[in-house]
Design a binder for this molecule. Structure first.
Ligand SMILES: Nc1ncnc2c1ncn2[C@@H]1O[C@H](COP(=O)(O)OP(=O)(O)OP(=O)(O)O)[C@@H](O)[C@H]1O
Length: 632
């Protein structure tokens, strides 16, 4: 072949500056493009061989080799695939690559939407110019009797083509790295990028550093080691689920996510129709209940990595999981706006949601003990999912578990059944089991359990459940529980009661120096409790919401909490206050203050000032007790 020069057939001055500028932030993608071209070339030659059209002379080992030469500043991609004839280089490299370029330039030259550009423009071979000043191709076709070809282009629109000297079938692409490719002179960057994009590609990918000092043993002999492929050519997710065991899944998880905690369980997705989708989703274990959950779903197209966490394909709440999904029907270079509007993508997303819900339901039904064991770890994810996705809610709302304060796991229905006759469509919960322990104890005395809802997602979860199911209402244990604990009001004279409330209100307002302590006088079943503080559930929720949404700028005085002091008429201290309500005595004041602080202490921590007075007063009470004892 005589030496040829020519212009790449693009009708624009120069596309390379545009490639460099617009695709810059993803510029490691050229590694994916060149290696996957190598793999495609191998697949093609194998296919031709199986059709009897290519003679590969019993060859078994197919591979793509990447060679970094820091001294020569080159990165080579070598494959033993189909190779190209000079005609094919002209057709596939010189012309076709930019056949869409004219439209592309017209449409996007002045627009900054990178996603759009990537979506509309297959990066392909020419992405190598993002990092290289000069690119060379040395290739020899599988076709018998064809000449090797050498092609060279320096990033302008001109190329040179001549007969090459390659003697083995396949293609070698050499990138002479320019300034923009500086980082790829680092072997770790190259290795990492290969692992990022190519870890499941179907042929072994080897990586060599040409000018590296060979490793030697202690006697100075060069250690010759077998090259090791960087990828797993037959990833587990491509196998049939019944051919995989638990250990296989765990090993795959560790290798793929570098997470050495055991996953809780997994779902093997395997669908051929109406679309092709394979993958494994793992439910990761959380370190602590306060762990931020950060999932990672890697999306592949025929074993070629596309991107992490594409929320248009994977329902957002599933992004809390870890997994791989391979869907050959999705375009390799996906534009987000394209995906958002694509019905096919929605079907994929629905399928994945359904599979996850099915798995949870079957665990609940077939292995409740196991499901309960996992519940703590999966509950934030499940709750987030049912808030975000109506279809998911419908499928799993019946199996949502609640952990009770006596460490049992119950569904809402089981909780209500357990409390038939005691609670009417009400679920009591604690948001802080330690702080609210007093209330829990009180409830227990009345044979009522509370459930623990202490995760940050729980307030949104509670509201969502109440909105969806108007037959359930959640009440925190410190709200309105006096209803439950009241003795019957039978025989109580309302007029007398009102007078007593009036008298006690005066005592407490004066003692506490508060104008508006709301007071409620009840005959509680328990005679041990003098008083307790309760809050209106609605008012407290409103406050919490305002606090959350005003991002710290919320001033509590804008919306004071409606606290109610419930006094137990049966308790001797309250009876004492009632008997001496009219007398302006120091003892009544001390008792009222102490009763209030004790009620407050079982509700929430005292403020520093209140705590100081409480301690002073407690000392004072004990002193008086001793004096009384000694004088009698
Ligand atoms: N290593 C290779 N061996 C043989 N042929 C190759 C090789 N690399 C590229 N080609 C040929 O050049 C063509 C253009 O490659 P390019 O990477 O630009 O686009 P593509 O792979 O067809 O599509 P995409 O834009 O999705 O990457 C390929 O279709 C193939 O025919």
């Amino acid at each position: 072949m005589s030496k040829q020069k020519g212009n790449l057939s693009i009708h624009s001055e120069n596309i390379f500056p545009i490639i460099k500028k617009w695709l810059y932030s993803d510029h490691d993608i050229f590694i994916r493009e060149l290696i996957s071209n190598g793999c495609d070339a191998i697949t093609k030659v194998k296919r031709l061989h199986s059709l009897g059209e290519a003679d590969i002379k019993g060859e078994r080992d197919f591979y793509v080799k990447v060679v970094l030469d820091k001294t020569a500043r080159t990165l080579k991609f070598i494959d033993n695939g189909i190779g190209m004839t000079d005609e094919e280089v002209k057709k596939y490299i010189n012309q076709i690559a930019f056949s869409g370029a004219e439209d592309f330039l017209k449409n996007y030259k002045d627009k900054g939407d990178r996603d759009q550009i990537i979506g509309h423009f297959g990066l392909g071979f020419y992405s190598s110019f993002m990092v290289a000043d000069v690119v060379e191709i040395h290739t020899l076709s599988y076709r018998p009797g064809t000449e090797a070809v050498k092609w060279r282009c320096d990033g302008g629109t001109e190329f040179e083509m001549e007969a090459g000297d390659r003697t083995e079938r396949g293609t070698e692409i050499t990138l002479h790295l320019g300034q923009d490719g500086e980082s790829f002179l680092n072997e770790f960057t190259v290795r990492e990028t290969i692992e990022k994009y190519c870890s499941f590609m179907p042929y072994p990918i080897y990586f060599e550093v040409a000018d590296k000092e060979p490793e030697k043993d202690k006697d100075g002999n060069i250690i010759v080691s077998e090259p090791e492929a960087l990828n797993d050519t037959a990833p587990l997710y491509l196998k049939q689920p019944n051919a995989c065991n638990d250990e296989d899944y765990k090993i795959f998880y560790r290798k793929t996510f570098k997470d050495f905690r055991e996953p809780l369980f997994w779902i093997h997705l395997n669908m051929d129709y109406p679309f092709n989708l394979k993958g494994i989703l793992y439910f990761p274990k959380l370190n602590t209940e306060f762990d931020t959950i950060e999932g990672r779903i890697k999306l592949y197209n025929s074993q070629v990595f596309v991107a992490d966490n594409i929320k248009e394909v994977i329902p957002e709440f599933l992004l809390l999981l870890k997994g791989v999904i391979d869907c050959p029907d999705l375009p390799l270079n996906v534009s987000r706006s394209f995906l958002q509007n694509d019905g096919f993508v929605r079907k994929i997303s629905d399928y994945i949601t359904k599979k996850v819900a099915d798995k949870l339901n079957s665990l609940f039904k077939d292995n409740r003990a196991e499901f309960e064991k996992f519940w703590e770890d999966i509950s934030p994810f499940v709750k987030y999912g049912l808030i975000k996705d109506h279809k998911f809610y419908e499928k799993i709302e019946g199996i949502v578990l609640y952990k009770t304060t006596s460490e049992q796991y119950v569904t809402a229905q089981e909780y209500l059944e357990k409390h038939t006759g005691k609670l009417e469509k009400q679920i009591y919960y604690v948001s802080d089991p330690i702080q609210q322990a007093q209330y829990v104890k009180l409830l227990k005395e009345h044979e009522v359990e509370a459930v623990i809802l202490e995760h940050s997602i729980d307030s949104a979860f509670i509201s969502h459940m109440e909105m969806k199911k108007n037959d359930i209402h959640f009440k925190r244990v410190d709200s309105d529980i006096s209803e439950l604990m009241k003795d019957s009001d039978q025989g109580v004279d309302e007029e007398i009661k009102n007078k007593e409330v009036e008298a006690l209100t005066a005592v407490f307002n004066k003692a506490l120096n508060k104008e508006n302590t709301k007071l409620q006088l009840e005959n509680l079943k328990s005679e041990d409790i003098a008083a307790m503080i309760i809050l209106s559930e609605d008012n407290r929720r409103m406050q919490e919401m305002m606090q959350r949404y005003s991002l710290g700028g919320f001033n509590p005085s804008m919306m004071p909490s409606e606290e109610i002091l419930v006094l137990n008429k049966k308790h001797p201290l309250i009876q004492f206050c009632l008997r001496h309500a009219k007398v302006d005595s120091e003892e009544v004041k001390l008792v009222a203050q102490q009763v209030y602080d004790l009620a407050m202490l079982s509700h929430k921590p005292l403020s520093p000032e209140a705590m100081t007075s409480f301690i002073g007063r407690s000392n004072e009470i004990m002193k008086r007790m001793i004096t009384f004892q000694e004088n009698n």
